[in-house]
Design a protein around this ligand. Structure first.
Ligand code: 5AD
Ligand code: SF4
Length: 418
């Protein structure tokens, strides 16, 4: 979501005549697009900001703007702490970059009902894969999470706008779209989310559809049915579990039990046996006992995710969980995180090894960033494949390739004749 916002900010600035520079000392305007999901992101932001202080002193004409979730959450407090910041632009007010000089306030963080209609030029990072917002905000209030406070209530874009955007992307040669929302299953346009997927599936030129993120409580039968039925919908779902303990899930306000989650996984695999499933886990939520933690480890063994994003619980000001009495010490949180990672590493590697010798569809995306390989691509299940080929392969090609080797975070393959 933040990456997409950065693309939109860059696009607006470019249409206003700004040029991008890699050298921060050359900049007339520095925009810091921030994340506040965990304390670590917030700490990084303030140390980064500190480095700009000297620049501003030397060149007072330099403007510094802070955007994103920290901007939304802290507002004026950012300028109190760092008086050399010129503008604080919240998550719903990206349009303010259209004319910063015309703003009559340094701080713009109000709710913006027009967020759905705003359609500025954006400067996309990738030429094959595009991020496409389908909704903004979140209504779920998971007890640990700051997002509902920083991104406001759920608002869905009209399906027509989304489809037009994707058609335009297809015309420009894009092959893949990633539909973005904090909780895409609760998309409420004039069609359901599954209905939206059906429309997008028929757009010529687009070969792959992905989405992120879906909430287990809202994962509908309709959506489960779409896997394996819609040709372009990739066989991958990111379905954050957070904890294997139903007691902790309840404290997290996730609104499902572990058993209910497992049942959805079984239905997904029943519908689409090769689907890759990835997840998020939080280690050390307040009050998490050794028994709860062991239930999470057991869940990982039972489910065998294809990959996992793991996080140490980080108390966020204003959230319900930050007020719970039994906050755990850092050592316990660190140890549990470590145990989760060690276990999942084994599982990920084991699962990848099962793919050796199979033929998988790979979209060739870019030159290899690893020495000894020519190209980098991804399978429909979103696994990275390093490819060797004596001949050149145009980016955007989709090939069936036999997997030769499997590592923990990637697969390897050779192409004789593309
Ligand atoms: N502490 C740790 N992890 C968090 N996440 C969200 N909020 C927190 C927090 N306060 C994780 C969740 C979510 C992912 C995007 O970030 O696992 O799914
Ligand atoms: Fe945060 Fe929960 Fe909303 Fe995801 S669904 S953004 S974890 S409140």
């Amino acid at each position: 979501m933040n990456d997409r916002d950065s693309e939109r900010i860059a696009g607006i600035l470019e249409s206003e005549g700004y040029l991008n520079t890699d050298k921060v000392v050359d900049a007339d305007l520095i925009v810091v697009n921030t994340c506040s999901i965990r304390q670590k992101a917030e700490d990084k932001f303030f140390s980064q900001l500190g480095r700009f202080k000297g620049l501003k002193k030397r060149r007072p004409a330099l403007k510094i703007a802070v955007a994103g979730c920290i901007a939304q959450q802290m507002g004026m407090a950012i300028i109190k702490r760092a008086p050399y910041v010129d503008y604080v632009v919240g998550t719903q007010n990206i349009h303010a970059f259209k004319d910063l000089n015309a703003l009559n306030s340094q701080i713009i963080t109000e709710d913006n009902p027009q967020i759905l209609e705003l359609n500025f030029r954006s400067k996309r990072k990738n030429t094959l894969k595009a991020l496409v917002n389908i909704m903004y905000g979140c209504n779920n209030f998971c007890s640990y999470c700051i997002v509902p406070f920083t991104r406001g209530r759920e608002k869905s874009r009209a399906s027509e706008d989304i489809i037009n955007e994707i058609k335009e992307l297809a015309n420009k040669g894009y092959k893949e779209v990633m539909l973005l929302g904090q909780n895409v299953n609760s998309y409420k346009g004039d069609v359901s989310f599954a209905g939206l997927l059906r429309y997008i599936d028929s757009i010529e030129g687009i070969e792959r559809i992905r989405f992120m993120t879906s909430h287990p409580k809202d994962l509908s039968d309709d959506l489960i049915e779409a896997f394996g039925r819609l040709k372009k919908l990739c066989e991958h779902i990111h379905l954050p579990l957070q904890s294997g303990s139903s007691r902790i899930l309840q404290l997290m306000n996730r609104k499902y039990t572990y058993e209910e989650y497992l049942e959805k996984i079984q239905r997904l695999r029943g519908r689409c046996p090769d689907i890759a499933i990835t997840s998020d886990i939080i280690a050390g939520f307040p009050g998490e006992t050794e028994e709860d933690h062991n239930l999470t480890l057991k869940a990982l063994k039972d489910i065998e995710f294809d990959g996992l994003f793991t996080f140490k619980y980080s108390p966020r000001a204003g959230t319900a969980a930050s007020r719970l009495p039994e906050q755990l010490d850092e050592d316990t949180k660190d140890r549990r995180l470590q145990e989760i990672n060690t276990l999942q590493d084994e599982i990920t590697e084991k699962k990848n090894k099962r793919l050796i010798d199979s033929y998988l569809e790979v979209l060739i995306e870019s030159p290899s960033d690893r020495a000894g390989f020519d190209f980098m691509g991804r399978t429909r299940t979103n696994k990275i494949v390093y490819v060797n080929s004596k001949n050149s392969i145009p980016y955007g090609s989709i090939l069936k390739i036999q997997i030769k080797k499997a590592n923990r975070h990637s697969l390897e393959a050779d192409v004789e004749r593309p």
